[in-house]
Design a protein around this ligand. Sequence first.
Ligand code: KIV
Ligand code: ZN
Length: 389
Amino acid sequence: MGHSDQDRVVIFDTTLRDGEQSPGATMSHAEKLEIAGLLDEMGVDIIEAGFPIASDGDFEAVRAIAAQAQTAVICGLARANLNDIDRCWEAVKNARRPRIHTFIGTSPLHRAIPNLNQDEMADRIHETVTHARNLCENVQWSPMDATRTEDDYLCRVVEIAIKAGATTINIPDTVGYTAPRESADLIRMLLEKVPGADEIIFATHCHNDLGMATANSLAAVEAGARQIECTINGLGERAGNTALEEVVMALKVRNDIMPYQTGIDTTKIMNISRRVATVSGFPVQFNKAIVGKNAFAHESGIHQDGMLKNAETFEIMRPEDVGLTETNLVMGKHSGRAALRSKLNDLGFELGDNQLKDVFVRFKALADQKKEVYDEDLIALMQDGTDAE
Ligand code: KIV
Ligand code: ZN
């Protein structure tokens, strides 16, 4: 039996916007283009490429990503004012499939910042979403801090945004406060109470302050959300955003109880995870689900014995499904150039012959002093090389 559109969950990646907002995670123009290319290739449906009003650099990056994208929708973020929205449109309008994403904080705490009362904010939402929709037929609207917004007011403003032409309504858990049952209840309530809710897509956008972002996103999907907003490696402000690799692999591995499909080629996960770690300067913790160094590693005798007899004894996913080869090359002073190139490729570095020659000399010098050269040593070696340039 085929899958219906109802089963399809849209993956919206915001590594280049919310992810890059992590203090210290700034990426260069070329790095952003590279990551956007990898996201497009792996089947991400929507790439939030940046916040065009934030800086000229952000604007240019979003514009270049829009021009380069082959398949993905390219989205830019804009606050709820006409200037921001115009600038965002300028940046995304040349994409094959552009989207404007505009937002405003709707909770009592957030309403106090621009000092708008409920009616004034409702008018602002109507005006800005209408403006965005006049520019672009694909408009996403977010009530920031939705999970701490009063239910009645949330229903009211979501209805206004839908009537003004929003085609996706995103429900952010901006401060990672919600719990899975609440995440589901909120989507269910909006679907039941808001007129026109069945005409649009609800998105879930979770932060990981209490370590519940993945669970909250999946609970929202089970309640009817059909877009998950996430980042590679869970990169994002504070404790980060929902990790793309976690929700995608959870939907794949537990499709028996969560029968939803994504368009992601999961074999590309490991490479992009490593590239994002490298370009953002945020290493992945060893025991991180799916992409951590130890996620498919086994050390104790009992585990190794079980694995040798049947990999399913201690693994619920195949390493190949996330793009790992089974071979673990141990690097030491006896390793050759080909092994070094292959290992560095696995770590996300593509080297020309001259670069390889130079790294190989430094690698040999290091290997002479150590029993084993670990992945972190190789990454440091590569970074030293880049710093010296
Ligand atoms: O977390 C958040 O509320 C956001 C919005 C801008 C969607 O990132
Ligand atoms: Zn966010």
